[in-house]
Design a binder for this molecule. Structure first.
Ligand code: PGA
Length: 235
């Protein structure tokens, strides 16, 4: 399974170092065989001697250049980073990244052989508009994306469930995941208010290959428990 932590705009460089160390210790002590990904804030990216895979929350589709406020490939290469998150709903909806921009970014990092964690998910009004409209909305987020890319991981994250404490029912998650698996055979994670209290049942669902965790992952102890659940379920 794949257990991923999106640290968003949290944890300083020093805090991130301690966080990754704690995860690494837990994984070694418990002989964890699951894939653990951590996406720190940009300024906390670094080279870590750890079994945790570090990824970037964002980077521009460029090697380097004049793109104020952005980082490029050279900045990831410096730390040996080969994993990137693309299409997170906060970048789509708060930062205004369009599908075209995401496709450009996707293709750029795909060309370089990066592992790409690509996020899809519907806002509340689309969910309330009914299944057909909701699936059409999600389908549009697959446009231009190579769904057969061998290093692709997809995360289904309903926008209304992110950071709100709300989650779809387990049945809903399983149903949507089953429908999304038709679009791509890539590992499919669920994200949106995953916590220690619900992670185990979500991970146990059919067609759920892991979780992408935001707020609850900020507590290393909680995140480690979720890694432990995934390990248990795989054994
Ligand atoms: P959340 O965030 O766990 O705080 O809901 C998930 C995400 O944004 O990836």
């Amino acid at each position: 399974m794949i257990i991923a932590a999106n640290l968003k705009t949290n944890l300083t460089r020093k805090e991130t170092k301690a966080y990754v160390e704690e995860l690494d210790n837990y994984m070694k002590k418990n002989s964890i065989a699951q894939e653990v990904l951590v996406f720190p804030a940009m300024s906390s990216l670094d080279t870590f001697d750890s079994s945790v895979v570090i990824g970037a929350q964002n980077a521009y589709a460029t090697k380097e250049g004049a793109f104020t406020g952005e980082i490029g490939e050279v900045h990831l290469e410096e730390f040996g980073i080969k994993t990137i998150l693309i299409g997170h709903s906060e970048r789509r909806h708060i930062l205004g990244e369009t599908q075209e921009m995401l496709v450009e970014k996707f293709n750029y990092y795909k060309e370089l052989g990066y592992k790409i964690l690509y996020c899809v998910g519907e806002p509340l009004e689309k969910r309330e508009a009914g299944k057909e409209e909701m699936m059409e909305y999600i389908q549009a987020q697959y446009e231009g994306i190579d769904t057969e890319y061998e290093k692709l991981i997809i995360a289904y994250e309903p926008v209304w469930a992110i950071g709100t404490g709300l989650t779809p029912t387990l049945q809903d998650i399983e149903e949507i995941h089953t429908a999304l698996k038709e679009k791509s055979k890539a590992p499919l994670l669920y994200g949106g208010s995953v916590k220690v209290t619900n992670a185990k049942e979500v991970l146990a669902l059919k067609n759920v290959d892991g979780v992408l965790v935001g707020s609850a992952a900020l507590y290393a102890e909680h995140f480690c428990s979720m890694i432990g659940f995934a390990e248990e379920l795989q054994n």
